[in-house]
Design a protein around this ligand. Structure first.
Ligand code: AMP
Length: 404
């Protein structure tokens, strides 16, 4: 029997998301998540998408990631999709920070685990959870190839001029401070799909990808290669996000320490959890913000305006970085669904060759599509992202190809 299935695991600090895919045709066989791991009221939601099984939800304490993955394995077994199946070819893990070490998806061995661990100081929230997920999966299926797919990998091609911060080089190197960028799997997938939509090879097109979800980032991709991205050492830099500030004067932090009497942890929490859209207007969901804007709410209008202003600045900056732009691609929750955001982001940028067609832009669809008028020099695309499919594709490609 050929093994064509890949289980994709995305371990967060208190959650475990998973998808089982069959790579012979890219079909999803099961999807689900475990939330509130470590709490009394953990929740497991499991949806088989084959064999006629029904969506199941269970509540009750799930102590840790080990227990969570065992519970997931039990649910998969009920649908005859268990981890012991000979059809399972590999497990693909989303790993947030690969530093400068990991430029490609990588089969996990002890050395790889040790390096992911060494990177914890630059990803204190994410890498420990990713490591737990990997170790748990290894314990369940020690014989199976496990592959790490890094959020940072797609951005490792950035030139030093984009990746370096203008600070003392020795200090930067000692603490591994540089622009790494995140959401790389999404930027890779969406830039490739955009080229496909234009009927071209990725090497022929320059694309600005705008990944606008609760977290948000932009990237400049020249001929399929990332040359700049808006997130930095951590996912805090760049665009205005649901709860993160994005760019700000670093002196704001010293000011809050010296004048506001706040600690580093308090400021970290303020900028990551209580800023961005939620800081500006109390809501981080773009649907709610648009509803309030339509009712004439001034706070929501200001939040929307700040969000759009920042987006425009990045479109302009990356147009300059690329020199020639063939397409701008909107993706993730806001980018795929919020037509007013797409319209406002390119409004007034006709001189850059940008425009959206009102009618095309208002169409809702799960398919990649163009929303710019025929005459526009730069194509505006909406491309639903699929990070799980991309992780599964990269994982499968690696385990099928003999490697050293
Ligand atoms: P993501 O992180 O990609 O799952 O995106 C989540 C965000 O997408 C939510 O916080 C909303 O702001 C936004 N979103 C989802 N659906 C819609 C929609 N129909 N219209 C506008 N924004 C949406």
């Amino acid at each position: 029997m050929t093994s064509t299935r890949v289980l994709v695991l995305n371990s967060g600090s208190s959650s475990l998301k998973y998808q089982l895919l069959d790579m012979s045709d890219g079909a999803r066989l099961a999807v689900g998540l475990v939330e509130r791991i470590g709490e009394e009221n953990s929740r497991l939601k499991h949806e088989p998408l084959t064999g006629g099984g029904e969506l199941r939800e269970e509540f009750g304490p799930i102590a840790d990631h080990d227990a969570a993955l065992k519970a997931v394995a039990a649910e998969l077994s009920k649908d005859k999709l268990g981890l012991d199946s000979p059809e399972l070819a590999a497990i693909g893990h989303r790993v947030v920070h690969g530093g400068q070490t990991f430029t490609q998806p990588t089969v996990i061995d002890d050395e790889v685990l040790a390096e992911i661990e060494r990177l914890i100081p630059v990803a204190p929230l994410h890498n420990p959870a990713n490591l737990t997920g990997i170790r748990t999966a290894q314990a369940l299926r020690p014989d199976l190839p496990q592959v790490a797919v890094f959020d940072t990998a797609f951005h490792t091609t950035m030139p030093e001029s984009a990746a370096r911060y203008a600070i003392d080089v020795k200090t930067a190197d000692e603490h591994r401070i540089r622009r790494y960028g995140f959401h790389g799997t999404s930027h890779a997938y969406v830039s490739r799909k955009t080229a496909e939509l234009l009927g071209k090879d990725p090497s022929e097109v320059n694309v600005i990808v705008l990944h606008l979800g609760n977290g948000a980032s932009a990237s400049a991709v020249r001929g399929g290669v990332c040359v700049d991205t808006s997130m930095g050492l951590t996912p805090l830099e760049g665009l205005v996000m649901g709860t993160r500030s994005g760019d700000l004067d670093p002196a704001v932090i010293f000011h809050l320490m010296r004048v506001g009497g706040m600690s580093a942890d308090e400021i970290d929490n303020l900028l990551n959890k209580k800023s961005g859209l939620i800081g500006l207007c109390g809501d981080n969901d773009m649907r709610e913000i648009r509803r309030r804007v339509d009712e004439g709410d001034q706070e929501a209008q200001l939040a929307f305006d700040v969000y759009i202003h920042r987006l425009k600045k990045y479109i302009g900056a990356y147009s300059a970085v690329l020199g020639r732009v063939d397409a701008i691609a909107f993706t993730a929750g806001v980018g795929e669904n919020a037509a007013p955001v797409r319209e406002a982001a390119v409004a007034g940028l006709e001189e850059l060759g940008l425009a959206v067609d009102g009618e095309l832009n208002s169409v809702r669809s799960d398919e990649p599509r163009l929303v710019s008028p025929e005459y526009a020099r730069v194509a505006v695309a909406v491309v639903p992202t699929d990070e799980e499919l991309e992780i599964a594709t990269q994982t499968y490609a690696l385990v099928r190809t003999p490697h050293a």
